[in-house]
Design a protein around this ligand. Structure first.
Ligand code: CP
Length: 320
């Protein structure tokens, strides 16, 4: 793989089934390939905060023998201008063209985290910043969450479902839940995109006005009746996102959408999933997060597995 920005890169590369087999092997045996990344450097650029992505991707690189360099844009590197053709008289010090090209000189693979701005839907959905890095870096690029997708998270989510499912084709529900701030649609888009390719029955439930971009949900069952969606579910995946149609707007903070124990009892003893960080007693009640349903810590642990699998495939491609 020369890039990993969506499930399409896995499907057109090793294939989803093969990548999943590799992931399960690495989950069982994390130190299986300690030399494959020797003398290779992974650069990680964070334009937004992170705990899990930052640590799990570094851990994955270590397991493969890679060196890692981490930069936080704007605090320990220069602030970046991302627009083309502008007079740089504002706050940004360095253009993404030079920054990406220079980082490509120091690193064999680059990882980029860049959230949606939630102001300009076209700019976000065209992935202007991520695509600029891919264009100018000259080395393979991994998305550490972009404006519209979070593929390393979704791959970890799929690994979690595969390892914990109790029937061949589980029912998986993605439910919107309330949050005080406007959040991007990236995790929900990406999870939907991956579930559409997985061997699961997939249902999305959200309040009116929260339809995701059709390109991510085509073929999915969508309902505004959260309780009906929960009935018989094997996995509940909670996430907040802001409106796609009223772009970036908060249309509801209705606490009746919070995932509670009473709702979990409607399910087939479902596992509760969330990508973290999670707002307790907004998204999900303490009793669910602290109870037997929750698999959020195992889900976060699988972030190492998804990153290691993806880096392994990229390193093999570099070695060809
Ligand atoms: N789930 C996730 O990406 O967590 P971080 O934002 O902490 O990296």
């Amino acid at each position: 793989m020369r890039r990993f920005t969506s499930i399409a890169d896995i499907v057109s590369g090793p294939g989803l089934a093969s990548a999943l087999t590799d992931a399960l092997t690495l989950k069982a045996e994390p130190w299986r390939y300690p030399e494959v990344g020797r003398r290779k450097t992974l650069g990680l650029l964070f334009m937004n905060p992170s705990l899990r992505t930052r640590m799990s991707t570094q851990k994955a690189a270590t397991l493969l023998g890679m060196d890692t360099m981490v930069l936080n844009a704007g605090s320990d590197s220069w602030t970046l201008e991302t627009r083309d053709g502008v007079i740089m008289e504002g706050g940004a010090t360095e253009h993404i063209k030079e920054a990406a090209a220079v980082m490509g000189q120091y690193c064999d693979i680059l990882g980029i985290r860049t959230f949606a701005g939630l102001q300009d839907r076209d700019a976000d959905y065209n992935e202007r910043i991520l695509e600029s890095f891919i264009r100018y870096a000259g080395v393979p690029v991994v998305s550490l969450e972009s404006a519209t997708r979070h593929p390393l998270q979704s791959f970890a989510d799929l690994i979690t479902i595969e390892t914990l499912k109790r029937k061949p084709r589980p029912k998986v529900v993605l439910t919107w839940a309330p949050h005080p701030k406007a959040l991007p649609q990236a995790v929900a888009n990406s999870f939907s995109e991956w579930m559409m390719q997985a061997d699961v029955d997939f249902i999305i439930t959200h309040p009116d006005g929260y339809d995701l971009a059709p390109s991510f949900t085509q073929g999915a069952v969508v309902t505004h009746d959260q309780r009906a969606a929960f009935e018989g579910a094997d996995f509940i995946y909670a996430k907040n996102w802001s409106s796609y149609t009223d772009y970036g707007q908060i249309l509801s903070k209705d606490m009746d959408w919070t995932v509670t124990a009473e709702k979990m009892r409607l399910t087939n003893d479902a596992r509760f999933m969330h990508c973290l960080p999670v707002r307790r007693n907004m998204i999900v009640a303490d009793e669910v997060l602290d109870g037997p349903w929750s698999v959020v810590i195992e889900q976060a642990a699988n972030r190492v597995v998804s990153a290691q699998t993806m880096l392994l495939h990229m390193l093999r491609e570099l070695a060809r």
